[in-house]
Design a binder for this molecule. Structure first.
Ligand SMILES: [Zn+2]
Length: 397
């Protein structure tokens, strides 16, 4: 068994129904592809009180540096209503020139291609001079508490060190070769509650309406813009995502009113400085907006959501150039280097080594009839293979 065919690899993986938090056989299937290639495979179970245990996998080939890591996840989002799929979500049916199934692009396809690229590399050149490892979690689509973050920590405590990492998440909006991600924006969420005094709507002088304070506070967070963007990042942006009073009576002034927000911020900020700016704006708006003329400033409280996502930008030129030139060689297209989109597990990996992301076309991810073109699987395998050769050539210079 050689694992050099990405289509067969992907079919094996899709047929394991590994909806978070279930392992579903997916890591076992991956393990049985990697062991014949010479990888030493370890299965690490992460636990957290009140949460399901999660199986993760770490596999390494070689003992010396330089050390390249491939990272990703075998868990998938639920298929939703299976009856609305044209082909069953865990059957991995090939129809025409496409392969259907949950995880086809996000991101069992990326794993299948990287395994195939490794197998071909070993067949042709033998194992790379250095080490290559797979860091694969079963908890990316879920809470991501028992996933990549803990797996990295566990591996580092066992002495693992990496020089670079490629994450195989789908990064291309339309066509293979569109986009490499070289960073991600940070993300922070919070809830603001404005306090007033409850009372009769007909006797407002006896009450203090918190809704009058909520409006200027929410506006102060949305305008003016936090910044105008940087060469590598779009402008930071805050959206108020919910406004909640919870008052069913029309003749009662409520005691409190709240709103929730999320900000996506660029490297003009850190999580701490962006939080400080949010508080500064709220304090200013509260001071300027008493709930009624002549009254005290609005009283408010802010509660931050746990665990902000930190912003990062990879500046390792050898890593970016190896990947970018591999994409160009195989697709004939120059990929855009981007920091757009949501967060990914790269936010944890960046604390250990430079990280870039490149995978399949994301158009059908998380949708009914998720599917991938067979030609894309072959091309991505060639891109990963070229990248592996070029990265090691570079690192060994
Ligand atoms: Zn994913």
């Amino acid at each position: 068994m050689s694992a050099s065919d990405p289509v067969a690899n992907l079919q094996d993986l899709i047929r394991c129904p590994s909806v978070t938090p279930a392992e579903g056989g997916a890591l076992t299937a991956l393990e049985s592809m990697l062991i014949p290639l010479g990888f030493k495979v370890e299965r690490m179970v992460a636990t957290e009180p009140g949460m399901p245990d999660i199986e993760n996998l770490y596999a390494r080939l070689g003992t010396d540096g330089p050390h390249l890591m491939f990272a990703g996840h075998t868990d998938v989002v639920p298929p939703g209503d299976e009856a609305s799929w044209s082909h069953p979500p865990f059957a991995a049916e090939i129809v025409g020139d496409e392969l259907f199934g949950r995880g086809a692009v996000d991101m069992k396809g990326g794993i299948a291609c990287f395994v195939a690229a490794m197998a071909r590399h070993i067949e042709k050149h033998g194992a790379p001079k250095g080490s290559i490892s797979f860091l694969i979690t079963g908890d990316e689509e879920g809470p991501a508490v028992n996933g990549t973050e803990k797996l990295l920590k566990w591996a580092a405590e066992n002495g693992e060190r990496w020089d670079a990492c490629l994450v195989g998440e789908p990064t291309n909006p339309d066509q293979l070769g569109d986009m490499i991600k070289i960073g991600r924006r940070g993300s922070i969420s919070g809830k603001v509650t404005v306090f007033g005094v409850q009372g009769h709507a007909a006797y407002p002088h006896l009450a203090d309406n918190p809704v009058r304070g909520l409006l200027p506070l929410a506006s102060a967070l949305m305008d003016p813009p936090f910044d105008t963007g940087t060469p590598e990042f779009p402008a930071s942006n805050l959206e108020v995502t919910s406004v909640d009073v919870g008052n069913s009576a029309t003749n009662v002034i409520p005691a409190k009113a709240g709103f929730a927000f999320n900000i996506r911020f660029n490297d003009t900020w850190t999580a701490d400085t962006v939080k400080a700016e949010i508080v500064r704006r709220l304090d200013l708006a509260a001071a300027e907006s008493p709930l009624r003329p002549g009254r005290d400033p609005a009283r408010y409280e802010i509660v931050w959501a746990e665990r902000p996502s930190h912003v990062f930008l990879t500046r390792n030129n050898a890593l970016i150039a190896s990947l970018s030139s591999a994409v160009e060689k195989v697709t004939g297209r120059t990929p855009q280097l981007s920091t757009t989109g949501g967060t990914s597990d790269a936010r944890f990996i960046k604390d250990y080594c430079p990280v870039v992301e490149f995978g399949l076309v994301g158009q059908t991810m998380h949708m009914v009839d998720e599917r991938v073109a067979l030609a894309d699987l072959e091309m991505l395998t060639q891109i990963y293979g070229t990248f592996i050769s070029r990265w090691f050539d570079n690192a060994l210079l």
